[in-house]
Design a protein around this ligand. Structure first.
Ligand code: SF4
Length: 462
């Protein structure tokens, strides 16, 4: 296949064809037009849902526009996170430095919006001109009496994963700064849920029904004061481990808080996420409540899924998402709908994730790390997938190839986690795969029908 660059071959494996481990965790190959976002975007997407913080992008307006309102993260209170602020660096600052502009932007924004804390993101150009962001943030923090945290997230300085780590480091600076508040005995933090379409509220309610208290969610519906007291929790429950595993490890080291990785997508993983927490607290009462909850939810859900399963049985899906842990849950969720995964990949998966995927998938499934549009299009054509699950960058690939698409990325407005989310997922997959529109699509492989002579020619302007 011509679409695969020779340097990328190690990042693609087909289950059942050889035993080579997939190459992953590498910098994207120049010229391959990776689907990955930059370091800055990685840090911004993790911190963005903290709703009472100021998020200021020190850089050109384009970086801010690129990440404006980038997640469908809902807040039950303040909406400050949804405003996109930038220092809008131009040629003048590139030549003479952007520190004065950063200082005055911070002062006026803090005066106007009175945030609980401020995050300042450095972009590519700031790394190039060498502004001392840390010094400016220190000065403003002292003058205004709030935490102003610099995040040196120059886009070129690594992969999106490095941005995740920088976001975790920023949160780590706040955690442990509330030494007064106490929390109930059975308390957890949820790490790596971003409250897309209100998903966190459903999850917190499941845990509440089991008698588990949530101290902080990092970062969905996030609040600075909750982050400050997060060190009081007994357990960190980590969803989206790709972005938050650094913080979970850091908190284990600093505060001795153990962590477990979970997923809230699909019946199996959602139920395990509840049982595992009950097991951790060694509470039979909590376990019993979890069992009752799961039984109640599943008895409603399974009959509701049946009509969708009947229509989707035997259809094939391609998955390309940010983190591989989500891909694992999606393979299982699709199986529950009778669908087979024929292509699966992620932007930031690690060796363990890909090994799990390999064990889980059927023979012949293509597994790919850090892919690009050409490869993905080719894999879809090769395998005859009927559905593509991905994010905003994968949507045009699916539509150009004439197949159904399901948005499972952070921009989405539909809750897909939990038991209710599984039903929404089935509805969405069904609506897209079985849409009558596909029969009017000309498949890209078929040649365009010839136009009658003279038609389609460019006409001269009158
Ligand atoms: S790569 Fe650099 S310029 Fe582009 S969005 Fe990221 S930080 Fe901004």
């Amino acid at each position: 296949m011509n679409e695969i660059l020779k340097e990328r071959k190690g990042q693609i494996v087909t289950k059942g064809q050889g035993n080579a481990a997939i190459a992953c965790g590498k910098a994207s190959l120049a010229g391959s037009v990776s689907q990955r976002a930059c370091v800055f975007c990685g840090s911004r997407v993790v911190l963005y849902p903290i709703a009472d913080a100021l998020h200021l992008i020190h850089g050109p307006v384009g970086c801010a526009a690129y990440t404006w309102d980038i997640r469908g993260s809902l807040s039950s209170g303040p909406q400050l996170h949804r405003l996109s602020f930038t220092t809008d660096l131009k040629e003048r600052e590139v030549v003479f430095g952007g520190e004065p502009k950063l200082y005055s932007a911070l002062i006026s924004l803090i005066d106007q919006y009175k945030p609980k804390a401020a995050f300042v993101y450095g972009t590519c150009i700031v790394g190039v001109i060498g502004d001392d962001m840390e010094a400016v943030c220190r000065r403003v923090s002292k003058e205004k009496g709030i935490d102003v945290i610099p995040i040196m997230s120059e886009g070129f300085n690594g992969t999106k994963k490095d941005g995740y780590k920088l976001a975790c480091d920023a949160l780590s600076k706040l955690i442990g700064t509330d030494t007064v508040t106490e929390v109930p005995e059975h308390s957890i933090n949820i790490l790596g849920d971003f409250n897309l379409a209100g998903e966190l509220w459903m999850l917190a309610e499941y845990y509440r029904r089991m008698g588990v208290n949530m101290v902080a969610c990092m970062t969905g519906d996030g609040r600075i004061d909750d982050v400050r007291k997060a060190h009081n929790a007994k357990l960190n429950v980590v969803q989206c481990s790709g972005s938050m595993i650094y913080l979970a490890k850091d908190m284990k080291e600093k505060y001795g808080i153990p962590f477990m990785k979970v997923s809230y997508f699909g019946i199996e993983d959602m139920s395990d996420a509840l049982y595992e927490v009950a097991r951790f607290f060694k509470s039979e009462e909590m376990m019993q409540k979890a069992r009752e909850l799961v039984k109640e939810e599943i008895s409603k859900l399974l009959p509701a899924l049946q009509p969708y399963r009947q229509k989707l049985e035997g259809k094939k899906a391609a998955i390309y998402v940010g983190g591989a842990f989500k891909a694992i849950s999606l393979v299982k969720a699709l199986r529950l709908l009778g669908m087979k995964t024929v292509v699966v990949g992620s932007q930031t998966g690690n060796q363990d994730d890909y090994n799990l995927l390999k064990d889980l998938c059927d023979e012949g499934t293509i597994i790919v790390d850090d892919s690009n549009p050409n490869e993905l299009s080719e894999f879809v054509k090769q395998t005859g997938a009927n559905l593509f699950i991905g994010g905003v960058k994968e949507r045009p690939i699916a539509f150009k190839l004439g197949l159904g698409f399901c948005d499972h990325n952070h921009e989405r407005k539909e809750a897909l986690a939990g038991y209710e989310g599984m039903l929404n997922f089935a509805k969405e997959v069904h609506a897209s795969v079985c849409s009558p529109v596909w029969k009017f699509m000309r498949k890209s492989a078929s040649p365009s029908p010839a136009l009658p002579e003279g038609e389609g020619e460019r006409k001269p302007h009158p």
